[in-house]
Design a protein around this ligand. Sequence first.
Ligand SMILES: Nc1ncnc2c1ncn2[C@@H]1O[C@H](COP(=O)(O)OP(=O)(O)OP(=O)(O)O)[C@@H](O)[C@H]1O
Length: 356
Amino acid sequence: MKLVVDIKKRIGDFTLEVAFETDGETTGLLGASGSGKSITLQLIAGIETPDEGQIVLNNRVLFDSEKGINLPSRKRRVSYLFQNYALFPHMTVAENILFPLTNVKEEKRKDRLEEVLRLMALKGLKNRYPAQLSGGQQQRVALARGIIGKPEALLLDEPFSALDDYLKTTLIKELMEALKGYQGATLFVSHNMEEAYRICPKLLVLSKGRVEAYGSRETLHHYPPTLSVAKLTGYRSFSKFQTLSSYVIKALEWDIELQVENIPAKQETFITIASEKIYLAEDSPENANIFSAWINTYEEGPRRVLCYLTLKRPPAHSKDDHLEWELSKEEWENIKNKPQPFRIRIPKEGIRFLKE
Ligand SMILES: Nc1ncnc2c1ncn2[C@@H]1O[C@H](COP(=O)(O)OP(=O)(O)OP(=O)(O)O)[C@@H](O)[C@H]1O
């Protein structure tokens, strides 16, 4: 199962120009608001038409501007589920879900219905009307309707945005199970990195209508190529830097010299450090990249504590020059009453160079 997209579309001042290929692995579409995620899905679904390019699904050409091919939505075998899913109010849950299954024998329809009702945790609700369902249940009916016809591509535009956290987690698990057996190409738009990470082995990051990064979730998390991808993937401390010698840089915001493993490329102008990759220096035999740090403020979560460090004696700092340090509750209990400053260590291998 393969989806190949190489398209261009101008809408007003906005230009979308994206090219990527996905296989059976679910791909998460991330990017700031207005970066072109929804339009990309609409172009693949056939709701909008590209100005130029090609869309090919499992060797079937859905769109080709040069050959003049533009299959209508209903013939694409693509299911597009968007935020404002519309259920038919006068139809029951079962009727809504079965709606796309025309020309299918009654027995098969029943089997498929039972299968998707189970998958979407909707058993017992099949005779209700949409108005008698919660927002989350309605969303699951829409998902069930989207997959009942076994589309070759499933395009999900923030399908869980209306759900509370608990239900969201449960449904994400269920959806992951369902998608394991699903053979089609799946694109999943999300604003939430953690949600996308849990569901999607591959991530595609859009920025201003272009592909800024595309790769496995592990690669993008460990080696974000740009400042905005790093922000999306959860990095929170950034500094401009100056190269002092081959393997020594000066982080300007934090005013420290750091030994690094790699020589930065020309276009790389920022560095970042993962907040969980900072350690107490006490127990370390290493002596590179050790600094005095004061905790300025901290936020205590249920399992982790986030400290905002300053590497200069307070109060000579601004909010921007903080270095974020994430600790487990256990580590926090160990250090919270110790006198400051602490000695912290920033391992060379935890430092990442970023393009702007
Ligand atoms: N029908 C339209 N007419 C004019 N401009 C449009 C239209 N639809 C979308 N746009 C513009 O195209 C750009 C991309 O929109 P799109 O909805 O794809 O973004 P998105 O990444 O899905 O954003 P969000 O995360 O906010 O949903 C935006 O700048 C938007 O204003």
